[in-house]
Design a protein around this ligand. Structure first.
Ligand code: HEM
Length: 390
């Protein structure tokens, strides 16, 4: 099948849903050419995406790909992470990290998340206006993940620029991304050495103990895990908070009713997943998807952004209807289901609830169609969210 180029236009990046909707109706497994020239299959129906996420014939390991997928070029010490591993290695490491990532550790973070959200809003209150991405959605998750992992206060300010350089825009600017990856790797090695000599009550120290106790995590696995926890989750959370606030403001649905915060957050996550195109999968044998045979080793991209708006699964899918039935796929499904979904949900509830309580008359400072989106089909996030606080 010939591949159609995935658009790179601003119109598509600002609103990819019309195209995803057409694909879902006409070509639910569509062979496309990605912006870097690599071919891939986009799968867009809810039932297919959900089934494939749980299908052991789809591997996340590049070793099962035919080499056409480029992605980030991570050094082995960062690449050996859960998102690139299949069972049984995945099962072993996931079990270890789940032990350290206990519900208690996550729930204990709630007061600190609240304190951080309040402090960030205190800082903007006197100006009467803010860029909610720069001033709120960005710094909040850095503080939260740093608290959880035990990253010292003084080191935190660099994170945003590192991740920006690593994931951001020009998928073509590989040299900048590679430099950022090198800096991050060196930083993590230093941080892990410091935690090893001076352990504390934090997740990194717990993981080091798991690694050092019986050698169940290799050094590369440990570094990769720290990398994944610090950066993968952080980026998604920034965009989820920013986009959720924007969705509410542009629909005049801000502030949220505090009594329905949880179900509302769930709906916001469904309509605007921060990672609308999930990580690549590689079929380990030829498989049929939506009536088409996808050859072994080709790249399959599961488009959660399309699946979450499939009217077969969610009637009137564009509407935010708190409490509707059905499970969205924003946190994935199956063995790779987001390890930190409970933490992300707490962050979103606190971030959106606190902004609503503190600034119920907050409004967009520019027309909604002038709010800039990041120029990436993989990430659904805003560059800035200018508001007046009211
Ligand atoms: C709104 C915020 C978040 C969203 C939407 C999100 C989404 C996801 C998704 C979709 C996956 C599965 C990817 C796939 O199957 O291809 C995933 C995996 C993962 N997420 Fe999250 N995530 C969020 C926040 C976080 C945070 C804050 C952390 C860390 C503290 C985190 C850590 C992880 C880890 C470690 C995995 C890998 C799990 C595995 O492979 O077993 N995530 N996340």
């Amino acid at each position: 099948m010939t591949a159609v180029p995935l658009p790179t236009s601003e119109a598509f990046l600002t609103d990819p849903y019309p195209l995803y909707g057409r694909l879902r109706e006409t070509t639910p497994a569509c062979r496309v050419e990605l912006p870097d020239g690599a071919p891939a299959w986009l799968v867009t129906r809810y039932a297919d995406v959900r089934a494939l996420l749980a299908d052991p014939r789809l591997s996340v390991s590049k070793s099962n790909g035919n080499g056409s997928w480029r992605g980030f070029s991570l050094p082995p010490a960062l690449d050996a992470n859960l998102l690139n591993m299949d069972p049984p290695d995945h099962t072993r490491i996931r079990r270890l990290v789940s032990q350290a990532f206990t519900p208690r550790r996550v729930e204990n973070l709630r007061p600190r998340i609240q304190q951080t959200a309040d402090a960030l809003l205190d800082a903007v209150a006197e100006h009467g206006e803010a860029d909610l991405v720069r001033d709120y959605a960005g710094p909040l998750p850095v503080a939260v993940i740093s608290d959880l992992l035990g990253v010292p206060e003084a080191d935190r300010h660099d994170f945003r620029s590192w991740t920006d350089a690593m994931v951001s825009p020009p998928d073509s600017d590989r040299a900048t991304a590679a430099r950022a990856v090198g800096t991050i790797h060196a930083y993590l090695a230093e941080l892990l050495a410091a935690k090893r000599s001076d352990p504390a009550d934090d997740l990194l120290s717990a993981l080091i103990a798991a690694r050092d106790d019986g050698d169940r995590l290799t050094e590369d696995e440990l570094t990769s895990l720290a990398f994944l926890l610090l950066f993968a989750g952080y980026e998604n959370t920034v965009h989820a908070i920013g986009t959720a606030l924007f969705t509410l403001l542009r629909r005049s649905a801000f502030p949220l009713d505090p009594a329905h915060l949880g179900p509302s957050v769930e709906e916001l996550l469904r309509v605007e997943p921060p990672a609308p195109v999930l990580l690549r999968r590689f079929p380990t044998e030829d498989i049929e998807i939506a009536g088409v045979v996808v050859p072994r080793g080709e790249t399959v991209l599961l488009v959660v952004g399309a699946a979450n708006r499939d009217p077969e699964a969610f009637p009137a899918p564009g509407e935010v209807r708190p409490g509707r039935s059905g499970a969205h796929l924003t946190f994935g499904h199956g063995v790779h289901y987001c390890l930190a979904a409970p933490l992300a949900r707490i962050e979103l509830e606190v971030a959106i609830g606190t902004a609503g309580r503190r600034f119920p008359r907050m409004r967009l400072a520019v027309p909604a169609d002038e709010v800039p989106w990041r120029p990436s089909y993989r990430t659904r996030g805003l560059v800035a969210l200018p508001v007046t606080l009211g």
